[in-house]
Design a protein around this ligand. Sequence first.
Ligand code: ZN
Ligand code: ZN
Length: 711
Amino acid sequence: MKQQNPRERKRQEKLLEQYEKRRPSIADRFEEAQKRDFNRKPATAKQATDAPRGRTNGNARINNKTSKGKSADAQKTPLTASQRKKNELAVSTRRGEMVHHQRRLTSDVNAQATQHIAGIPVNRSKFNGLGGVQITSAQAKNTKLNPDAVRIIALGGLGELGIGKNMTVIEYKDEAVIIDMGTLFANEDYPGINYMIPDIDYLEKNIKKVKAVLFTHAHLDHIGASRHLLPKFGPLTPIYATEFTIGMIKKQVAELNDEPDLNYNAVDPLKHEQIKVSENLSVEFIHCLHSIPGSTHIVVRTPNGAILVSGDWRFETKPLGIPADYDRLLEIQRTEGFTLMLNEATNNDSPGSHPHSEHDVGDNLGVVMDHYASGRIIVSCFSSQLGRIELILNEAAKRKRKVAFAGFSMINNVEVALRARAIKIPKDTIMKMEDIVKLPDEKVTIVCTGSQGEMNAVLNRMVTGAHKYIKVKASDTIVFSSNPIPGNEPRVVGTVDGLLREGAQVIRNGKSHLHNLGPLHLSGHAYYEDHVKFVTDLKPLNYMPYHGQFFMLEHSAEMAHDVCGIPKDRIIVCDDGDIVELLPNKTIRRAGRIAVGSSLYDDNDRSVHEAVVKDRVHIAREGIFIVVLTLSKKNGHLLKTPDIISRAFVYLDNSEELVGKIRHYLRVKTDKVKGEGDLKALKDEIKDDITHILFDATGHTPIVIPVINKV
Ligand SMILES: [Zn+2]
Ligand SMILES: [Zn+2]
């Protein structure tokens, strides 16, 4: 241990002393919470119902009766009719300004709603396979492929907007295997979109090539797209994965209305079976450790050597179940060697190795149950963390607590895991939600979803009181046995605030020192030093980071080069759609691109077109404005005052002047045209003029829709 200087030691001792004084014992705090009267009606309940309600229909149609179109100015000074007409139609902003605004808006909307479209991504990384030179579109299209090369093409998972959509094709001549079919959860830039899946146009054109579909493990970023994509391959294409993973895929596929006939084959990775999937390709699954049961690496043997596809993995010295079959990897390394390694890059930039094990997490969850022994314990974690769930069950059983699961995916996953014998659970510990709530609080443990602050997940519903059985109360202790996924932090904090406002104790991984506790979560992905060991031990001839955003890929490549000593021209950092060739001489090269992209889905699993997302973004920013004109067929005159509908733009009741101006414009315009000429041109003119008037008044250009009826 490093010698500390005495002054520093003194300072720390003093700090500790102060800390001890300040910190009321956890038990005391808990007792205090117990003393409170939980049944008292909250004072705010009545206030809430008495509070003035917003007018719900304020932006709906208003018709001529409610507005006479009088402007404030017009009321002050009487004007002549012609003056008024001139004034009312005047706009002070030039049309050019509006056009400029519209252009900028369109470009912003496009930039936001089309981030998932790859095109030709910028990649001037020194590891880009082209010496750091950006690929041109001619090169991307016309690079001559080597007929004897093995090609590796990611249809998703490389340089994405987050972690997800993993899908990799490995092909040789007329044979191909697919590894994983994942989803990527959409961020808030995509209103109404839940997730994206890889666009598989390329495969659909080459469907006969596909000899097998392989899955490394059952996380949604690897199997989430299976229900949309597997049916395209039909019953002849074999699907290989571990038993648990297949169980999870079947659950996914069962959500389809027409459940397709699929060719599932469960593999036992401990058997080291080499499955020949075609004349030239064979595959082997190797058991590894990750945060879900049934995780594997996959070795694809090709005429140009063995390719290791890492899947997601972590090292564990004290794992919950069977230790990783690292010896098998070392054996293949010794006997055949890996020509190419695709290594997941997700946590490559986290320093060191995992400082603790799942057992420590389990122990700490047990300590929580001891500290807060007389109240309910609600543990929130990822529903796929079945090892963690097993630990919670064991810790609960030791303390004679019962456990109920809340959340559809949680219950589903536990079922699949039990069926695949992926977890063992203590007897008589699990109860149904409706039964557990009848027990005294000190017996109740609930494991639920919602650790990411999802609005509709169980935890939030328990806060708002929308949950059928549980309303969070001050004697409850809620444990976040998870970390927020980057981007979810604000929502998680929102949930935590909600829980604390109810007076409950909240213990979060990463903040557990506040409660004198150790870690409550373990990441499923290896850290930097683990990667160094992995790559150094397995000595791949070529290295390609995958499963990560661009910065992760780049850092992984730097590590392989700087620390593991792999030469620069044998490392490649790619994007989705880039073709990587593994040549017979065991070198790699970039060889053009295929078209890739994403399909967007809403939370009902329905496909959504990009154009819809663009409209949503546009409307969210600027709103929508509809005018309905009823013209006489005979003379083209307005038969009644036009109806005006404004949504997400201006509140019509507060915009009399603007509405008057628009109505006046429409009257003048229709009088002038007299119903002659073509209707489309009239609509276009009206649309353009109204956009101008609205822009002049508000600085915004909503979507303007003129509707013209002729009667
Ligand atoms: Zn995973
Ligand atoms: Zn993953």
